[in-house]
Design a protein around this ligand. Structure first.
Ligand code: NAP
Length: 378
């Protein structure tokens, strides 16, 4: 949108001319030389032609004003606590959508933040005094309680919206309810993607959320919607789901995915010149999960009560698969063993019948008496 400030035009004419005032920018075409007819009674004024546009409410100004007002009303001031891998990943999208982003973390991310268009505060009190409308906790699962309890809540606006993006959901929900005063709003979320899986686009990727406590005030409802809208506008598949249900599903899917990825990483998958599609999926899985910290994986295990059961199921499934394989192998081995034994017995009978020197059986044991041998065969 173009916005023209009121301006002053002045055309210096080689000829002397009277002063012409213009109140609009419409007089912008070049003017030809002006030759006034000077009455002999009038004393000519020796001043240069000047065209001026005085201040006037321009339609452009009005529109741009409206636009910036609209933009301001839609943008949020968002504070991110925990500016590591995932915090930075989120910040990029928030900034891209025109929100004001401020951040704090245990380590100093001042330089990174500057590059991303984020204001970094190494002091949490300073950040809170900026009165963000939304505070997003993007710390590790293991450190969430410590970080939440260290926030000087008294420095924030009383109805601040608290959001978490932890990969487990019941734990932050319980903690928020315990620590935050009733005036604060609570939204628990889990973007089901990360810097690797969502590096190109978030379109179609699931975003799980649970509006745990949102005040009835229209402003508070709108603020929560505006925050959710960030993900909807990126094309996420918005999934409203209670925290407990999320944890049940996530233990059986996300935790198992991370476990397999980590196992295969330890196993040491390597690129081969004859990779199948399936094998490449495994290589991708290792790549996807290896970028995440062990803290994250450990948090998935420790703070999701369903994770242990899923790990045991995985263990049992592996055992049962091995039994299936070894069971088949045993049958083949037995068959061979028995057919060898049959052949051996036949040979013993044959040698007995021909009264040749008896053969030694396994481990040097003497051959059984003919009656016993026939018993064995029977
Ligand atoms: P992470 O290892 O889970 O967390 C790293 C963040 O936690 C950093 O900001 C780090 O701060 C902070 N932190 C760790 N220990 C701390 C402590 N003792 N005190 C204060 N801060 C501490 O890795 P992440 O990938 O960035 O994940 C952040 C959150 O997003 C996690 O809760 C995770 O479950 C969630 N999440 C991650 C993904 C993903 O794909 N990565 C996807 C969805 C949700 P410093 O860097 O300043 O040390």
């Amino acid at each position: 949108m173009l916005s023209f400030p009121s301006r002053q035009l002045s055309l210096a004419s080689p000829q002397c001319a009277p002063v012409i005032y213009s109140s609009s920018l419409a007089v912008s075409q070049p003017l030809g030389p002006y030759r006034p007819t000077i009455s002999p009674l009038c004393k000519p004024r020796l001043r240069c032609l000047t065209i001026r546009s005085i201040d006037a409410a321009q339609p452009y100004d009005y529109e741009s004003h409206l636009q910036s007002k609209f933009h301001r009303s839609n943008s949020l001031k968002i504070a991110i606590l925990g500016f590591g891998n995932f915090g930075q990943f989120l910040a990029k999208a928030f900034v891209r959508q025109g929100h004001t982003v401020i951040a704090h973390s245990r380590s100093d991310y001042g330089a990174v933040a500057k590059r991303l268009g984020v204001t970094f505060y190494s002091d949490l009190h300073d950040l809170c005094e900026q009165h963000p409308e939304v505070v997003v906790l993007s710390t590790s699962i293991l450190s969430m309680e410590k970080v939440l309890r260290s926030i000087p809540l008294q420095r924030l606006k009383r109805s601040t919206l608290f959001v978490d993006v932890l990969s487990v959901k019941e734990f932050p929900r319980t903690l928020f309810m315990k620590v935050l005063p009733d005036e604060f709003d609570i939204l628990c979320t889990h973007p089901m993607f990360g810097p690797e899986s969502g590096k190109n686009s978030w379109a179609g990727l699931a975003f799980v959320y649970d509006k745990v406590r949102i005040g009835e005030d229209e402003l508070r409802i709108n603020r929560c919607e505006k925050f959710l809208d960030i993900f909807a506008r990126e094309g996420c598949r918005m999934v409203k789901m209670p925290c407990s249900e999320h944890d049940k599903y996530a233990a059986g899917s996300q935790f198992i995915t991370h476990t397999m990825g980590r196992m295969l990483e330890k196993f040491g998958l390597e690129y081969t010149p004859i990779n199948t599609k399936g094998y490449e999926t495994l290589l991708d899985l290792v790549k996807n999960t290896s970028g995440d910290s062990f803290d994250l994986y450990y948090g998935l295990f420790l703070y999701n009560k369903n994770a242990l059961e899923q790990l045991q199921r995985l263990d049992m499934a592996f055992e049962s698969l091995k039994m299936e394989l070894f069971g088949n192998l045993q049958q083949i081995y037995r068959k061979q063993l028995f057919s060898d034994a049959e052949e051996e017995t036949v040979q013993v009978r044959w040698s007995e019948s021909r009264s040749v020197a008896p053969k030694l059986l396994h481990e040097g044991a003497p051959p059984a008496a003919p009656e016993a041998a026939s018993e064995t065969v029977a």
